[in-house]
Design a protein. Structure first.
Length: 356
């Protein structure tokens, strides 16, 4: 576990402030709108606030940690998070892994756009190992807005990353005071400050208004390292498409995904994970051609369990993962050439609920 470091001074042990590396990648947290009431069109202004300005205007950070600015793999001009590719996620993950491996670094904070935040956090949780805490955060309001949430989210993220009890918990999301596990964190509102939630189990802790960080439970069992070796992954991951079900949906989009070269398809089914009859037939056709099919649900919470349709088609089931996270996990597993049973195990990793 990572704890407070000390240095020798005149024969005495003197506490040393933890070092937290901050990797800013753009997004609303850095955006600057047309005016202070602009909370929707700020992306069109072409202006943003430099991360150095946050460090200058947040002296409270200095009482928490020595925050070091790190330039990540996403360079300026940086694409918005909704424009990221899986290649961008790989590049960011490598930057985070290198930074977290620095023995001087106590924790890592990644700030990013909220459109891609939940997928980035989950991706990092699958490929970045070690006990060094990695915390992902952002903002729902631009830096120029009245009531902007970016500075406090950033401060809380640094507090969590610097806290000794964050070590070994995997990748965390810190937003609106709540500490969320990457596997279960989801954006549930478009503009509200508390947009990020953990629908199944709720927060695992909070960054309190008094500056204290409190964990009340853990959502992970003993960590043996991330499921995937980042260094062994190819530069291009296999294509996996998501097809969302709706009443009357046919198999056209599924057939198109197969024709486009998809190695895997995630079916975001209705209810408890049911495609329409026509989609079921198309998914079975895809499976017979060697495409790996995973059945997920378009519903925002709950667990997809095997049923007659998944057994008939030989499909994987996504358990509690959203279709978007299931897509990333399946792509990683296919790149790693995991057998079917091993891939299903990754989806089925049990979520424990033990004291933090």
């Amino acid at each position: 576990m990572i704890g407070p470091r000390t240095s020798q001074a005149a024969g005495a042990q003197v506490p040393v402030r933890p070092v937290v590396a901050w990797l800013p990648t753009g997004g609303t947290v850095e955006a600057w709108g047309h005016d202070r009431l602009d909370r929707t069109a700020y992306g069109e202004s072409g202006r943003c606030r430099h991360p150095r300005d946050f460090l200058a205007d947040l002296p409270e950070l200095a009482s928490t940690a020595d925050v070091r600015l790190v330039t990540p793999a996403v360079e300026r001009p940086r694409p918005p998070s909704h424009a990221w590719t899986v290649g961008d996620l790989l590049g960011l993950a490598r930057s985070v892994a290198r930074t977290a491996a620095d023995p001087e670094v106590t924790g890592v904070v990644v700030s990013c756009g909220t459109n891609g935040l939940e997928e980035l956090a989950f991706f990092l949780s699958q490929v970045v190992g070690g006990d060094t805490p990695v915390v992902v955060t952002g903002a729902m309001r631009p830096a120029s807005a009245l009531g902007g949430d970016g500075p406090l989210n950033l401060l809380n993220a640094v507090r969590v990353a610097a806290h000794p009890r964050s070590a070994g918990r995997g990748v965390l999301v810190v937003f609106d005071d709540a500490i969320l596990p990457a596997r279960d964190a989801a954006k549930t509102a478009m503009y509200r400050l508390g947009a990020f939630r953990s629908p199944e189990l709720g927060p695992i802790g909070f960054a309190g208004p008094d500056g204290e960080v409190a964990f009340h439970r853990s959502t992970e069992g003993p960590r043996t390292g991330p499921p995937f070796d980042l260094g062994a992954l190819p530069s291009v991951l296999p294509r996996v498409d998501v097809v969302v079900s709706y009443l009357g949906g046919d198999g056209a989009l599924i057939d198109a995904a197969v024709a486009a070269g998809a190695s895997g398809i995630v079916s975001a089914g209705l209810g408890a994970g049911y495609p329409t009859p026509a989609e079921q037939q198309a998914l079975e056709r895809a499976a017979r051609k060697g495409v790996v099919v995973c059945q997920a649900s378009r519903v925002g919470s709950g667990r997809v369990v095997p049923h007659a349709g998944t057994r008939a088609g030989g499909f994987l089931t996504a358990a509690d993962l959203s279709p978007w996270k299931a897509r990333l996990l399946l792509s990683l597993a296919l790149a790693d050439r995991r057998p079917r049973a091993a891939i299903q195990h990754l989806f089925d990793v049990p979520v424990t609920d033990v004291p933090g």
